[in-house]
Design a binder for this molecule. Structure first.
Ligand code: NAG
Ligand code: NAG
Ligand code: NAG
Ligand code: NAG
Length: 571
């Protein structure tokens, strides 16, 4: 980096000191962007997930920000500003609650990491660029290596009685430490001759022992890599307290049990419809036979991509011709298509959308049965019932708009209730109309997905409540809606292994039901036309649906807003 760039960075930091002192008077948009940028810095610097100082820094930050919000003149804000205020307050509160929950689950697995404090100290010294004292570092590593070897032996001797979840969390923590330790080594190695003399050998044996220990924890405690079996699907249940934090943050005023009831009630509706469609095809009340017929209607190898392209264009034209929502020509003309490789299909068995539609389809080296499963899972009717969910008017259109309107909310307030809720809302709307699904096969394809979204509520909440294992979730998908087993495993893996938020799967159906209810209030009442309603949602930016409602309906809002909108009619 050139010297002038360094100087300007230096003076920037003075400018930011000045900014903080008058941040009470910043626009709410700037507040949101500032917090996003601040958190970027904090998370990059405090890059060890389990380090106490990371917890402290983040906790202090969120507490300070809540204090700052209190100083803002809420009543003086316009409606958009009030919404940002509430979103920020909700955001910081959720982060603090989640940090506390993480801290307490960490207490469960700490005994498995007796070397963690020493290791974290080494890694933090590198982050702080403290002088390297090679002989001391070698001593520390030597101690860490011995401690890990002992822990490993104790685990193999059955000396720890912990749950699979605790084992799984410990394995994730070790993985994180190993990554940082590799980076630590490359930072010094060969730049510093004394480091090489003292540290290289103990570092290598520490790395080897820790890597072996990781495998021991994964197999012995977390139930992974079992011999002769495919990798077990494991995950991390967040418990009732965790769910409550998340529900509050998503502004859902129901208990997990009530939400499971919603899943069941919607499932029953789907099943009745399914039977009616099955009868229309001549299969009678056993709708799974009708489903079998639908699944076996798939495109031949080599033809799937062309077919998906037609479906994407169909979705775009359908909403444009009927004046349902605005499709900007640039969004319409620059979307792309790629293929999902065989390995990734294990967690992503169906296509995915956004700027790029990613297609799942069998590849040559798949075993024969798997090939057929993948084709059946991506049959013509399942694909047609969701290509528009992925692209137009679904994710492609929505993300395109989110990058351009109120884009400060795009990453800070991203939520599955908005993202997946919107896409599934369109599935409901298309099902409700009589000019999109014109055959029983088409309706069966659509209903299968809708049942699947109902089960997503049920299995993900019950999993997080600790009532259902990941394997039982797979079985539920297979037994209740004849999910192809390979796809069901991918699905469950994707939802429970930590990269998706715990309410992600519940967000589809619940977000859609919220938008459906809001439609009653806004469109059925004549306040807005259908197109105006849809365009308005796309321009609010990302947020929980109750805040979309507050913007569109101009609801009165108070500084200490709590969720209260009951959007569902229970039987
Ligand atoms: C913020 O704005 C108010 C009213 O416009 C003004 O009285 C106050 O001095 C400002 N505060 C700062 C820190 O600039
Ligand atoms: C392990 O812990 C569980 C639950 O705390 C307990 O029921 C069980 O008896 C313990 N097993 C052993 C071998 O200590
Ligand atoms: C650490 O050890 C493992 C297992 O021996 C090895 O696969 C890995 O390459 C090592 N890491 C580095 C950065 O050398
Ligand atoms: C979208 O693209 C399709 C296919 O190229 C085209 O037929 C249609 O007119 C376009 N619609 C809009 C709104 O640009």
């Amino acid at each position: 980096m050139a010297l002038s760039a360094l100087v300007s960075q230096f003076s920037m930091s003075w400018a930011s000191v000045a900014l903080v002192s008058d941040s009470v008077n910043m626009s709410m948009t700037d507040h949101v962007l500032r917090v996003q940028a601040d958190l970027g810095e904090l998370r990059e610097f405090y890059n060890i997930d389990i380090a106490p100082r990371r917890y402290d820094a983040l906790n202090t930050y969120h507490e300070d920000e809540l204090g700052l919000l209190k100083k803002i003149d809420f009543e003086g804000l316009d409606q958009e500003g009030k919404v940002d205020y509430i979103l920020l307050r909700t955001f910081h509160t959720r982060q603090i609650n989640n940090l506390d929950l993480q801290k307490s689950s960490q207490e469960d697995y700490e005994i498995l990491l007796p070397f963690a404090d020493d290791l974290i100290e080494l890694l933090e010294a590198r982050q702080d660029v403290k002088p390297m004292v090679a002989k001391e570092a070698a001593n520390t590593l030597n101690g860490i290596q011995k401690s890990a070897a002992q822990a490993s032996k104790k685990v193999q001797d059955g000396g720890f009685n912990v749950t699979e979840t605790t084992g799984y969390l410990a394995s994730k923590a070790i993985t994180g430490l190993l990554e940082r330790l590799a980076e630590w080594y490359t930072f010094y190695s060969t730049y510093d001759p004394l480091f090489d003399f003292w540290v290289t050998t103990p570092w290598q044996s520490t790395n080897t022992t820790l890597t072996e220990y990781l495998t021991v924890v994964e197999t012995t405690l977390a139930g992974m890599h079992q011999e002769g079996e495919q990798d077990a699907v494991v995950g991390e249940p967040i418990g009732r307290a965790g769910l409550e934090v998340e529900l509050k943050a998503e502004m859902i005023p129901y208990t997990p049990e009530q939400l499971i009831d919603i899943g069941n009630q919607e499932f029953e509706w789907c099943e009745k419809e399914m039977i009616a469609q099955s009868k229309a095809l001549g299969f009678g009340a056993d709708w799974k036979e009708a489903l079998e017929h639908v699944k076996n209607d798939y495109m031949d190898p080599g033809k799937q991509t062309e077919y998906i392209r037609e479906l994407v264009v169909e979705g775009s034209n359908f909403v444009t011709e009927r004046d349902l929502v605005t499709v900007p020509p640039l969004a319409n003309s620059t979307w792309r298509m790629t293929m999902i490789d065989a390995e990734r299909q294990k967690v992503s068995p169906f296509f995915l959308g956004g700027p790029v539609i990613q297609v799942s389809y069998p590849v040559e080296e798949m075993e024969h049965d798997l090939k057929l499963m993948v084709m059946r899972g991506n049959n013509k009717h399942f694909a047609r019932a969701t290509a528009f969910h992925e692209m137009f008017p679904g994710h492609r259109l929505q993300l395109y708009m989110a990058d351009r309107y109120n884009s400060h909310r795009r990453y800070m307030f991203d939520t599955p209730f908005f993202v997946e809720g919107w896409a599934l809302y369109w599935e409901m709307l298309f099902y409700d109309r009589d000019d999109f699904h014109t055959s029983p096969e088409g309706r069966i394809g659509a209903l299968w997905w809708r049942m699947h979204r109902c089960l997503r509520i049920i299995f993900s909440l019950r999993f997080h409540l600790g009532e259902l294992s990941a394997q039982e979730a797979v079985d539920m998908l297979v037994d209740r809606i004849a999910h192809e087993r390979s796809n069901a495993e991918g699905e469950v893996r994707r939802s429970l292994e930590g990269s998706y938020s715990p309410l992600y799967q519940a967000g589809y159906m619940l977000g859609a039901l919220q938008l459906w209810k809001l439609r009653e209030l806004v469109v059925d009442s004549g306040k807005l036309s259908e197109k105006e309603y849809h365009d308005a949602i796309l321009k609010t930016g990302m947020m929980p649906i109750e805040m979309v409602k507050a913007l569109i309906m101009d609801d009165g809002l108070s500084r200490d807003f709590e969720t209260e909108w009951e959007f569902y009619d229970f039987d």
